[in-house]
Structure formats: structure tokens, C-alpha cells
Design a protein around this ligand. Structure first.
Ligand SMILES: Cc1ncc(COP(=O)(O)O)c(C=O)c1O
Length: 491
């Protein structure tokens, strides 16, 4: 048996013994699966098992799952590591629920993923939002400034935790070492949503992980930049300020009581592979990325972002492209790439973002280079004039979004009140009953309980005109928005 991936081996061995199953899951190794999908799912279904003797149980692990989690903790220098089968979403929920009591203050970076907002609601927390600095070069939010956080902590010395997202979706983040020291002076934990940094610390050219930089609880999506199946994620703890038993309780509440063994085994396989191969696992991809930068210098209209403001690090596995002078939006670039069979992770008004992982070959990157040159020519042939108006709207909104979070009422006063549907254009001045976001990245543009500003609506309509996919708007056409029924707003 392969002891390095003992959970995976146990699943495989169980099937090999030709057991007769009278338990769930009902497909029974795939035999009872719809024949149309059988050939695709075939091998995976043979290890899609349940909590049988010898296979341990995620929510009270004593054997093989516990050992796998302990090995992971050792690898990342955590006190405890936990497998998550419901994504970083479940990790963020549990992290907040485990550290904040109802009504307590938590200082939270304002541009967080919706799962953090949801966690704040479920915990009945009192969030105090802190705005990240903007990265003008990319037109996106960067990281929280240490001094701004220090000031915020002086004003809110009764806060019970600080929660940051580091890195952001684009792989841009800050060194958290000093921030962690600052937070610890208040004897409270630093919680970090590191969903996009699961690979950090495993190669010298990757940034250090938040945990190593001193964070107390860190959530990572193993399925995003590493190799686990979708939803496979992890949560690490290294802290004197966190009650681990309480954390375990909430982890079991926010995750399925039938955790997926293929997902858990894929998390285990990911880390046993890294442990065995070490940093050299990524050499091919990193070579390909260097090659891409060297061989795209000749692009006339497209630029690949290599240098970022020195107060940040940039994850080398994220490729950010823009058109020079913002000739085209990131959405335009993404569409042009897709027309040629290249699918990026996401786009925004300014940038298009690719993620390179262990799943990418040199050939993929060569094809990307070829397509970038093709698009470069298309762009020069079809000068579309100025996008000035669009960028004015975006900039005005970003200013409001980042610096005016105050005008809102608590989420719980929103979710339990009656709401009505209004055409988007008529909603200015109303209170939003939903969190509205482009997905990805899943960061609310208008949050629950926020007053809907003219700038936010203009920005929303702008994104809509670019074909952005939304969550939180009323209908499929995205023409309606849910707002609080004014007759029901008491305070
Ligand atoms: C910053 C951030 N945190 C958390 C999540 C949720 O991660 P998951 O998809 O693993 O639930 C995402 C998803 O995109 C994210 O971007």
C-alpha cells in the first residue's frame, strides 16, 4: 500500500476486494449509474465511498483521515490542518464562526469574497470594514496598508479578530509578517482567506504562505492553484488565540455529513505529491512562463504585467494581460481569446487573467503566445476609439466602492425584512436586499443593506453591457434588483 496517500490507497483496496455493497452511495461503484455517463465517471465511482470501517470519518477523524491531515499540518508548519469538501467557502464560514461571538467586532478587508460576507452574517458579527489600497496600474484593489490597519485597531481596540484576503484573485498580495505582529499585540487572531495561494511556500519563487508569515487561521482552495478536485480545500491553524474544538464544531456544521471521499483523497494526493517531488514539480511551468514573457516583448498592443508596485508580491503562476492605453477591455481580450479556443480564468474592465498550474504544458503556453500575437494584430486593425467614458465610470465607482462603505445597515436587518423588486435604474437611493457581484471574482459591488448609489448603478450597467455574469440580481436578464420595502424599514 502507498502509505504516502493512505486514504486513496484504502479506497482503491476496498474496491479491489470486490465487496458487496448494501450501503450508500446508491450508485454502488457506478453499477447503478445512468449508462449515458457511466464511461466518463467509471473509475472515479469505484472510489466514491462512504464512512465504512477503516475509511475514517472527516468530522471525527481518528485514523487515516486524521493521519493525512497531520501530515499536511507538518508539511505547511501548521498546528492543525483540516480537509474541506465544500471549498474555501466552508473554511471562511467556519473560521469566522469559530472566532467571533454575536455582536463582536471584526475588522474585515472591504473587498472580500461573498463567503466572508455570508460568514459575518451567520456569526452575527459586527464588521468594521477597512479599505485596501488601489493598484492604479491594474485598476483593481490591492492589499490593506499596515498603517491604516494600525489606526483602525487603535479606534477599535475591542475588535476580536482581523480578516484579510491575501493574495487577491490576481495573485497580488502583501507580506503579512508585520501585520500579524501588529494584530497579535491586541491578543487577537489574524484570519486570512488565502484561497488563491494554496501553492505558496512550495517553490522558492512563490511567496511565503500566510501561515508562515504569522497568520492564525488560513483558508486555501487546493482545487484552484493546486490539483485537488473542485471544492477540495484546506484550513490551517497555528495560533494561541483560536479555540480548535469550536472550530471543529463549526466545520462539521457548514459541511456535508456525507463528505466526498474522492475529494478528500484528491487533497491527500495533492500534498503527498508535493511532499515527494518538492519544488521541482513546477519547474516546467515556471520555465514556460519565463519563456512567455521573453517571447511576447514584441507585442504592439497587448502587455503582460510583470512589474507590480514594490509593496506587493505577485504570484508567478498568474498571468495578467492588458491592452496598452486600455484600448480594449479585459472582457474584449477574454472574448478574443475564447474565439480562438483559449479560456482564461476571468476578466475585468482592464485585465484578463490566466492561471498556470501543474495541469499546463509548455505547448499550452506556446499556443497562448501564438494567439496573443494573432489578437495583437486584430486589435491594431480595429482601433475602436477611446474608452474614456467607460474608464471614467469605473474610476468614479471604484472610488466610492473603496472609500465609502459606511452607508449601510446590518445584514441581519436586511435578510429578515420584506423586500421588493425594482428595475435596476430605479433603485438609486434604495437599500439593497442582496449582495450583487460579478462572478468571478465574487466580491460584492453592492452589499446587503448598502444604499444603492448612482455610481454603483452606472458601474453595474457598464459591466452588464460588457456581458458580465452576475449573482444577486433578480432575474436572468439582470434588469431587476431586490431592495428593502421602505414601509418595513423601522430603524
Ligand atoms: C478570495 C476567495 N475566497 C474564497 C473563495 C471561495 O472558494 P471556493 O470556491 O473554494 O469555495 C473564492 C472563490 O473564488 C475566492 O476568490
Amino acid at each position: 500500500m502507498d502509505n504516502k496517500s493512505a486514504l486513496f490507497s484504502k479506497l482503491v483496496n476496498h474496491y479491489r476486494q470486490k465487496p458487496i455493497s448494501f450501503h450508500v452511495p446508491g450508485h454502488k461503484f457506478g453499477r447503478g449509474f445512468n449508462p449515458i455517463g457511466k464511461s466518463r465517471y467509471k473509475d472515479l465511482l469505484t472510489i466514491d465511498l462512504t464512512e465504512l470501517n477503516g475509511l475514517d470519518y472527516l468530522h471525527q477523524p481518528k485514523e487515516v483521515i486524521l493521519e493525512a491531515q497531520q501530515k499536511l499540518a507538518e508539511l505547511v508548519q501548521a498546528d492543525y490542518s483540516f480537509f474541506l469538501v465544500n471549498g474555501s467557502t466552508s473554511g471562511n464560514l467556519a473560521m469566522i464562526l469559530a472566532t467571533i461571538n454575536p455582536g463582536e467586532k471584526i475588522i474585515v478587508q472591504s473587498n472580500v469574497h461573498k463567503s466572508v460576507i455570508d460568514g459575518l452574517f451567520l456569526a452575527k458579527a459586527n464588521p468594521i470594514y477597512i479599505n485596501p489600497a488601489l493598484i492604479p496600474q491594474l485598476g483593481i484593489a490591492g492589499c490593506v496598508d499596515r498603517q491604516a490597519l494600525a489606526d483602525m485597531l487603535i479606534q477599535n481596540s475591542d475588535a476580536k479578530a482581523v480578516l484579510l484576503t491575501n493574495p487577491n484573485y490576481y495573485g497580488i498580495g502583501a507580506d503579512l509578517t508585520d501585520i500579524a505582529k501588529l494584530v497579535h499585540q491586541y491578543k487577537i487572531p489574524l484570519l486570512v482567506d488565502e484561497a488563491h495561494g494554496a501553492h505558496f511556500g512550495f517553490h522558492p519563487s512563490f511567496p511565503a504562505s500566510a501561515l508562515v508569515m504569522g497568520a492564525d487561521v488560513v483558508v486555501q482552495s487546493t482545487h484552484k492553484t493546486l490539483s485537488a478536485m473542485t471544492m477540495g480545500s484546506v484550513l490551517h491553524v497555528k495560533s494561541n488565540f483560536v479555540d480548535v474544538e469550536r472550530l471543529k464544531l463549526f466545520l462539521s456544521m457548514v459541511q456535508s455529513s456525507s463528505p466526498s471521499y474522492p475529494i478528500m483523497a484528491s487533497i491527500e494526493l495533492t500534498y503527498s505529491w508535493i511532499k515527494e517531488q518538492g519544488a521541482c514539480l513546477w519547474e516546467k511551468q515556471l520555465d514556460a512562463i519565463s519563456w512567455l514573457y521573453e517571447n511576447t516583448i514584441g507585442l504592439k498592443n497587448i502587455k503582460l504585467i510583470t512589474d507590480i508596485d514594490k509593496c506587493y508580491y505577485k504570484d508567478p503562476l498568474k498571468i495578467i494581460i492588458q491592452t496598452k492605453n486600455n484600448l480594449f477591455t479585459g472582457f474584449n481580450l477574454q472574448a478574443l481569446l475564447e474565439e480562438r479556443g483559449i479560456y482564461f480564468e476571468m476578466a475585468d474592465l482592464y485585465n484578463a487573467l490566466a492561471i498556470i498550474t501543474l495541469g499546463n504544458s509548455f505547448r499550452d503556453v506556446m499556443r497562448l503566445k501564438q494567439v496573443l500575437f494573432e489578437i495583437d494584430n486584430v486589435i491594431s486593425l480595429s482601433l475602436i476609439g477611446s474608452n474614456e467614458e467607460m474608464f471614467r465610470i469605473a474610476k468614479e465607482f471604484t472610488a466610492i466602492f473603496d472609500y465609502n462603505k459606511g452607508n449601510s445597515i446590518p445584514i441581519e436587518k436586511v435578510l429578515y425584512r420584506r423586500n421588493i423588486s425594482l428595475p435596476v435604474k430605479e433603485a438609486i437611493g434604495e437599500i439593497s436586499a442582496k449582495a450583487i457581484m460579478a462572478y468571478p471574482p465574487g466580491i460584492p459591488i453592492i452589499n446587503y443593506g448598502e444604499e444603492i448609489t448612482k455610481e454603483a448603478i452606472e458601474y453595474l450597467l457598464l459591466l452588464k453591457s460588457k456581458g458580465v455574469k452576475f449573482q444577486g440580481l433578480e432575474d436572468e436578464t439582470n434588469n431587476y434588483i431586490r431592495v428593502l420595502d421602505r414601509t418595513n424599514i423601522i430603524d
